[in-house]
Design a protein around this ligand. Structure first.
Ligand SMILES: [Zn+2]
Ligand SMILES: [Zn+2]
Length: 608
């Protein structure tokens, strides 16, 4: 394929690109809700728009497809006449008069500022009108100068918290969290496959495939059999429903941005070059350079179009990425490890088969049902776990302090245990009774020792008092670890990727306490959290920590998030024998039956 030819695209004009995807439409309604709240509008109107936003986000089909059918639109939960009309206006014209009016009436920056935890719509308006703040940089500067603290209801302490979150957003720049990025990438791939059935292979590559926490753009690699198909695919790619602006395109490469300015690029290769090209397109820049050097040493040339013989310029036949690494004298390196962080040295004489994979995972140790804040019944969650082939599942609804999450009072916990034990008889998946118990701000626990002793599994978390200083927070978590009943510490830093910065905590002190007390550290697989981070996980590996990789599912489909937790573990070089939910049910129960002080030694004996 030649570079540089211009495809005869159907049209790249914006006014022909009116179809919008669900997430953009959902975002418009969410923005309206925020702006209405900032304006002080009636709470019911605000709620109607935020409910519509939620409903659109969870629709299993593109809402744009039924835009002319007002009856079907009206059947969507929370869709009254006004919402139906607005949806139609938005999908048909690509704009919404109400949003434009609200944006005009309110000062710039409100929609940005409300994304910071601790800043509500009222404060955002005050900051924007009185102090002229419209960006995260200006917000940080205003707090540092002390000006921001003059606003009503802003204490010194809350200003310090807001500053941490604002700085995180400044550092993050235009990048988005991996969870949103994967969703966007999957939407693009699904739509492309529907429109171009002749695509032979398509994969998201780059930082999304490596599962970097924050990503700046989405790279897609696709293989096509001939030039004609290439033109069709480039045409489809540049007219996808989320295209806003096509930046460039030729017969093998195209780049566009969506409405939010986020960049998507696609690269086309022939099927026989796909495996090599995928290795090239996935690794970090420095990983790629290392591979180019290795290739040169073998009289090969490693490029974005695959691996070539330097002398003859012929493509090396490779049928898999494993093959590509093998040709360079290396074992297969999982995509998540391709960062030039020592993996190339290790892959010279280690086949990396000890690194955990999704196939090693046998159960899930963190899930919620509608007994607390889950969306589904215990039966539905268990059926979903069974469908995914899990051998065991711990049902860990919230404890009383988690009032917003409808935490279970002691008598309800007893009833919950009985329900889990009864369901265990017929479930087809072994069930563990459990709780996700709040660690209270003073480090005390949310249930009595007597109640905790009755549970198969106790996982414990920080859900409140997240603004504590590092010392207090560290002691608070270690106090919980000292309990003989606390088996696992969940989502240690309580961060929300791209949205809420982690709590201040001494990671090394926590890991040392985990090893000393026999406590397991959770790798929370929710793509919004990925907590522990890969960096923390790798540090934990070095310090001898044992992990659990758990989905924290609140919906049936969230069990599929396990792969994000596994990817985080792989980024942290976790070996499968360091993960307790790679144990069989009987071995897991044997592990949990031991006093905590003996558990790390028990785990060490695995596989020996
Ligand atoms: Zn939690
Ligand atoms: Zn949870």
């Amino acid at each position: 394929m030649e570079i540089g030819g211009i495809c005869p695209l159907n049209s790249l004009r914006r006014d022909n690109l009116l179809s919008m995807d669900n997430s953009s439409i959902s975002k418009v309604f969410a923005d309206i809700a925020v702006l209405m709240q900032a304006k002080g509008e009636n709470v019911f109107k605000v709620r109607a728009h935020s409910n519509a936003s939620d409903a659109i986000k969870s629709l299993p089909f593109p809402i744009a497809g039924i835009v002319d059918d007002a009856t079907r639109l009206g059947e969507i939960p929370g869709f009254g006449e006004a919402i139906v009309e607005k949806t139609q206006e938005l999908v048909r014209t690509g704009r919404l008069g109400l949003l434009e009016r609200l944006l005009e009436e309110l000062p710039d920056g409100v929609l940005e500022l409300v994304q910071i935890p601790g800043i509500g719509p009222k404060t955002a308006v005050a900051a924007a009108t009185e102090l002229g703040i419209s960006t995260f940089e200006q917000l940080a500067a205003s707090i540092e100068s002390g000006e921001f603290q003059s606003l009503p209801r802003i204490s010194k302490k809350s200003a310090a918290q807001i500053l941490r979150h604002a700085k995180m957003r400044v550092d993050q720049g235009e990048r988005i969290g991996i969870g949103s990025a994967i969703e966007a990438a999957n939407n693009v791939i699904t739509e492309l496959k529907t429109r171009c059935p002749n695509i032979s292979q398509i994969e998201v590559a780059g930082s999304v495939r490596r599962m970097s926490e924050l990503v700046g753009n989405i790279d897609i690699l696709c293989s096509v059999p001939d030039n004609e198909s290439a033109i069709t695919i480039i045409d489809a790619f540049t007219t996808l429903s989320n295209v806003y602006d096509v930046l460039s395109h030729d017969d093998k490469h195209a780049v566009f941005t969506d409405r939010a300015g986020f960049k998507f690029s696609m690269y086309l290769v022939r099927p026989e070059a796909f495996a090599g090209a995928l290795v090239y397109a996935t690794g970090s820049i420095s990983h790629g350079i290392r591979l180019e050097e290795l290739a040169a040493g073998k009289q090969l040339k490693f490029t974005s179009d695959g691996l070539f013989d330097s002398a003859s310029e012929t493509l090396e036949p490779l049928d898999s990425e494993k093959n590509a690494y093998g040709r360079l004298g290396l074992s297969f390196i999982p995509p998540e490890m391709r960062e030039d962080a020592g993996e190339i040295e290790r892959a010279v004489d280690d086949d990396l088969s000890s690194i955990v994979t999704s196939d090693d995972i046998r159960g899930d140790l963190h899930s919620h049902t509608n007994w607390s804040d889950g969306r589904y019944s215990m039966e539905d969650m268990v059926a979903a776990a069974l469908e995914r082939g899990l051998e065991y599942l711990a049902i860990t609804d919230h404890s009383p302090s988690a009032t917003v999450a409808n935490g279970l009072k002691p008598d309800m916990l007893l009833a919950h245990n009985a329900a889990v034990r009864e369901l265990d008889q017929t479930a087809g998946v072994r069930l563990l009774t459990g709780t996700e118990m709040d660690i209270k701000p003073d480090g005390s626990l949310d249930y009595s020792d007597e109640l905790l002793a009755d549970l198969d599994l106790v996982i414990a978390s920080i859900h409140s008092g997240m603004d504590q200083d590092e010392d207090t927070m560290t002691h608070r978590v270690i106090a919980a670890m000292e309990s003989p009943h606390v088996d696992v510490i969940c989502h240690l830093t309580a961060r929300l990727l791209g949205k809420r910065s982690p709590v201040l905590i001494d990671i090394d002190a926590i890991f040392a306490a985990a090893v000393r007390t026999g406590t397991v550290m959770e790798i929370n697989a929710s793509p919004d959290r990925l907590d522990l981070s890969a960096e923390h996980v790798r540090r934990g590996m070095d310090m001898g920590v044992i992990f659990a990789i758990s989905t924290d599912s609140h919906h049936t489909w969230q069990f599929d998030n396990m792969r994000f937790g596994v990817s985080t573990a792989i980024r942290g070089w976790v070996e499968s024998n360091r993960v307790i939910n790679t144990l069989s049910y009987s071995n897991l129960m044997a592990f949990l039956a031991l006093p905590k002080s003996e558990r790390y030694a028990f785990n060490k004996s695995r596989g020996q």
